[in-house]
Ligand binder design. Structure first.
Ligand SMILES: NC(=O)c1ccc[n+]([C@@H]2O[C@H](COP(=O)([O-])OP(=O)(O)OC[C@H]3O[C@@H](n4cnc5c(N)ncnc54)[C@H](OP(=O)(O)O)[C@@H]3O)[C@@H](O)[C@H]2O)c1
Length: 343
């Protein structure tokens, strides 16, 4: 692995800290390296400002002069009422080199950040570990490219694809390590959604039960066309009732949605092609119970192929998790509505 790739890895790890808290902005990480050592680090702060580069440059001070900035997204080229353009800050700080993952699709930046750096004589390298950076900011990119949030569907299945016993009980299918992994996914979401059936059957809390991350529980929502209100005393607490998941499309504070079932919701969202990522936990048990996914209305087997690509797999004690991404071509915002700009 090259040094550039390694330092970008450190910047990606910083960017991860902001996922789920920076909407409407992407979560970016920045490491400034001078003479082989880190002189500044930053990541996008809750609410989207300050930006990562501004934080890292403030920490580096004079040590930024002649240094290299490793950043997970193109530095912004636009001045907002909430802060200066990061490309201008990097120029003013006198960095010699900028290494970045990919271009910011925000039309106010979209290549202009890199151009400004090059005009100032800074050596710019683009495209380092781009796929990982895009995965981190899948929510921001889905809004930009498709005009809606990115949706992950989480399912905990037995080997035979059941999500619950025949009588509806599903606690617990997977073990502690798998559940802890799922709680980290919750911390990365802006909103977590369950169906009305799960609300009534399981009375879930949907909180983040990981030491130090308890405050990171996302907003909750329940999908149902018939529920008049969230039942008083439900453990979910304050939750938004959604008649249609598309209601979240108009809310720029929602970049990443985590759907935690049950089967009805999984089936309707998959049939409507509203799922971008599948998080499938599988326990080594056989239940012969309720199927996790119902009829998707496929006319032909060929329709099922080529949609999903496995991008990761992990062992979590006795269980496993596999991640799949929906293969889509990018549709630009002009074709699908106009997402609100980042700040
Ligand atoms: N193993 C797991 O990963 C897991 C996770 C969660 C739950 N579960 C289990 O799954 C079972 C519950 O599953 P379920 O299928 O009965 O319930 P569900 O999927 O949680 O909820 C189904 C209800 O959600 C609403 N709904 C579904 N799609 C919708 C859409 N696109 N827009 C608006 N509303 C929509 C409908 O309510 P209306 O009829 O009111 O419109 C539908 O009746 C329980 O046994 C639970 O323990 C397992």
């Amino acid at each position: 692995m090259s040094d550039d790739s390694r330092w970008i890895g450190a910047a990606l790890a910083l960017a991860e800290r902001g996922i789920g808290r920076t909407a409407p902005n992407p979560s970016v990480g920045c490491v400034i390296v001078g003479a082989g050592r880190v002189v500044g680090r930053g990541w996008t702060q809750p609410g989207g400002r300050p930006h990562a580069e501004a934080m890292a440059l403030a920490a580096a001070g004079e040590a930024a002069r002649g240094a290299t900035a490793f950043v997970t997204l193109e530095p912004c080229a636009h001045v907002s009422p909430r802060g200066p353009a990061c490309a201008d800050l990097l120029v003013a700080a006198g960095v010699a080199r900028v290494v970045a993952c990919g271009t910011d699709p925000d039309p106010r930046t979209a290549g202009q950040g890199f151009a400004r750096l090059r005009t100032a004589g800074i050596d710019v390298v683009e495209g380092v570990r781009r796929a990982e950076a895009e995965r981190l900011n899948a929510g921001f990119l889905a809004r930009r490219h498709h005009g809606r949030p990115h949706v992950t569907l989480k399912l905990a299945l037995s080997l035979d694809g059941s999500i619950a016993l025949a009588d509806g009980r599903s606690r617990w299918i997977t073990g502690e390590r798998a559940r802890a992994h799922a709680h980290l996914e919750r911390a990365w979401a802006d909103v977590i959604v369950v169906g009305g059936g799960t609300l009534l059957a399981d009375d879930p809390t949907l909180d983040v039960r990981l030491p130090g991350l308890e405050e990171r529980a996302p907003r909750r929502a329940v999908l149902s066309t018939s529920l008049a209100a969230i039942p008083p005393g439900a453990r979910i607490g304050e939750a938004r009732l959604l008649r249609d998941i598309a209601e979240l499309d108009a809310d720029p504070s929602v970049l990443r949605v985590l759907v935690e079932g049950g089967a009805g919701v999984a089936t309707t969202l998959l049939a409507a092609d509203r799922v971008d990522r599948l998080l499938v936990y599988r326990a080594p048990i056989l239940l012969g119970g309720r199927r996790g996914i119902g009829d998707l209305g496929l006319a032909d087997l060929a329709e099922a192929h080529g949609r999903w690509r496995r991008v990761d797999a992990l062992e979590l004690g006795p269980d496993g998790v596999e991640l799949f991404e929906r293969q889509r071509s990018i549709c630009h915002p002009r074709e699908s509505g106009s997402p609100s700009p980042a700040a």
